[in-house]
Design a binder for this molecule. Structure first.
Ligand SMILES: [Ca+2]
Ligand SMILES: [Ca+2]
Length: 267
């Protein structure tokens, strides 16, 4: 009798525990969604984006201390310096108890692979870094132009939560991977590609190095101009991909001055 009662409790508990585990994964995640401003009827309704509120959360002694992920020496002889975050997840509209991933205003409509097929494409990376998906289906991103379907993995597992291992040949130099999201379905109701977003490793880029590549030049100035006079910079948008260099919420002359101070500096 006791065991039957216990079994009943366990069966009831399984869905709740599962959703809690997903919500409480201790690693950082980038959350895939659309309609960044959360308001219907504006230009970004069909545009993809990643929410960055957890990005770099675990990168230093205190939350958000650094603008990079330190890579740690591993036992593996090749690409020895590694970190297992940030992962990826998606906004959803069905489980209100799943912490902040529940956001119906920003969730993609329909089912992954059937109604949308979100690819994550590497559009830039430093030499000597790669991203490895160790779980099934295994793959490695080590060349610009490579991509994988987040929606396929989501569909396969019935779970949007995934992680990759970021691996580099050293633990000191600036490394980066820049991704972009796009919807490969061509059904007339396609989502628009996201802005590029960059994950940085080992050391903080120069202030103003917005298109991260180790130097502050005209490409960075053009990037700053895209966000010029923007408000509401914060963790959700990674301070507009670091355009708000002094993290005061605004992209303005103060940030331009910081960029100018590093103009054409080669570290
Ligand atoms: Ca740059
Ligand atoms: Ca600012």
């Amino acid at each position: 009798m006791i065991s039957r009662i216990n079994l009943g409790i366990i069966l009831i508990m399984i869905p709740a525990v599962s959703s809690i585990v997903q919500a409480e994964c201790p690693l950082d995640h980038l959350i895939i969604g659309c309609n960044r401003d959360g308001i219907e009827g504006t230009d970004d309704d069909r545009q993809l984006f990643v929410d960055s509120r957890q990005k770099y959360r675990d990168s230093g002694e205190t939350e958000y201390a650094n603008w990079f992920y330190p890579l740690h020496k591993s036992i593996f002889p090749s690409y020895s310096y590694r970190v297992g975050e940030p992962g990826l997840d998606a906004f959803q509209s069905t489980n209100p108890s799943a912490a902040y991933t529940y956001d119906p205003n920003r969730a993609l409509a329909g089912e992954p692979e059937a109604d949308y097929n979100i690819f994550i494409e590497c559009v830039d990376m430093s030499e000597g870094i790669r991203a490895v998906h160790k779980d099934y289906p295994q793959f490695t991103i080590d060349t610009v132009g490579q991509s994988f379907s987040h929606s396929a993995i989501y569909h396969q597992r019935d779970d949007s939560h995934m992680h990759m291992s970021y691996q580099a040949v050293d633990g000191e130099n600036l490394h980066w991977i820049t991704f972009c999201l796009y919807d490969s379905l061509d059904d007339g109701d396609k989502y628009e590609p996201s802005e590029p977003f960059t994950i940085v490793f080992n050391t903080e880029p120069l202030t103003g190095d917005l298109v991260v590549d180790g130097i502050v030049d005209i490409a960075d100035l053009m990037e700053l101009s895209r966000y010029w006079l923007a408000t509401d910079a914060g963790r959700k948008n990674d301070y507009y991909e670091r355009a708000d260099a002094n993290r005061d919420g605004l992209v303005n002359l103060g940030d331009f001055a910081l960029m100018a101070s590093n103009w054409h500096v080669i570290p």
